[in-house]
Design a protein around this ligand. Structure first.
Ligand code: GUN
Length: 277
């Protein structure tokens, strides 16, 4: 039996709590979202974030910029937003169509970095003094908690294309007593490594990448992939994992909605951090 973890139900719960907190505040938190270029998936994700923010009472400003906007112009907009007192969170939707991501992210005031991507926020998390933690990492941890798996001394692998995505997840897992390791999708003998894991987080962006023979029976699988196959949104985990994995966070309806919900919480957190001074 595979228990399917329902991210939508968990996310609705978090969104209701966010709305309750916001209604008690003297003024609404503000979020600015920069969307550069025409990538349809990015437009879709930003639309979901925008609707969720409005629903809980967050003031939102969206900057839709042409793909050829210069890095300098994007940084100027960020600097103006950094200086505003009614904007508490700044999010640059990724990927950028050519501009240097590191330079753009570095321009965001770390106290407004609701994605938790800024070097200062990454550093604070590694030092066990988290300020703003990436919503995706919080979403993955919430999913693990929902699986009711005791985490101490468990082995986890995070399979992805970039160690940067995995870094905050590994850190939070380590704090929970999990022995977590990043695996590049092209790592040698990958199936043997994934089969040794009690927890597998997969984020490679290839439908059906994680096959049944790569997964230990009863393992917890958290799918973070988003792919289109025959016009349908699917994750990276093969459907044959159902009946084999112990717990499965599927796509859609898994970590995606939870990530949006935690973004809302980060906007509230950012406002608290700034107003504390
Ligand atoms: N693109 C894909 N995932 C994310 C995310 O979590 N934040 C941002 N800003 N862009 C993304």
């Amino acid at each position: 039996m595979t228990e399917i973890l329902n991210g939508r139900v968990l996310a609705n719960n978090i969104r209701e709590k966010a709305a309750e907190r916001i209604h008690k505040l003297p003024h609404p938190p503000g979020l600015a979202v920069l969307l550069v270029g025409e990538d349809p998936a990015s437009h879709l994700y930003v639309g979901l974030k925008e609707n969720a923010a409005k629903e809980v009472g967050i003031y939102i400003e969206k900057y839709e910029l042409p793909a050829e906007t210069s890095e300098k112009k994007i940084i100027e907009i960020i600097e103006e937003l950094n200086a505003r007192h009614d904007i508490h969170g700044i999010l640059v939707q990724l990927p950028l169509p050519g501009q240097n991501v590191d330079k753009v992210i570095a321009a965001i005031d770390p106290k407004k970095d609701v994605d938790g991507f800024h070097g200062e926020n990454r550093h604070l998390l590694l030092e066990n003094k988290p300020m703003l933690v990436p919503p995706i990492a919080l979403a993955i941890m919430r999913m693990l908690q929902a699986s009711h798996t005791p985490l101490a001394n468990k082995k986890a692998v995070i399979i992805g294309n970039s160690a940067i995505f995995a870094e905050p997840v590994i850190e939070l897992m380590k704090e929970a007593g999990v022995e977590a390791q990043f695996l590049n999708r092209h790592a040698t003998s990958i199936a043997a490594k994934t089969r040794a894991a009690d927890i597998i987080v997969v984020a490679v962006g290839e439908a059906g990448f994680l096959q049944r023979d790569m997964v230990k029976a009863g393992a917890v699988v958290i799918d973070v992939g988003t792919n289109k196959k025959d016009g349908v949104v699917v994750g990276d985990a093969a459907p044959e994992l159902i009946g084999h994995a112990g717990f499965l966070s599927k796509v859609p309806g898994g970590v995606g909605p939870l990530t949006v919900a935690y973004l809302l919480f980060n906007v509230i957190k950012a406002m608290e951090v700034q107003e504390r001074g």
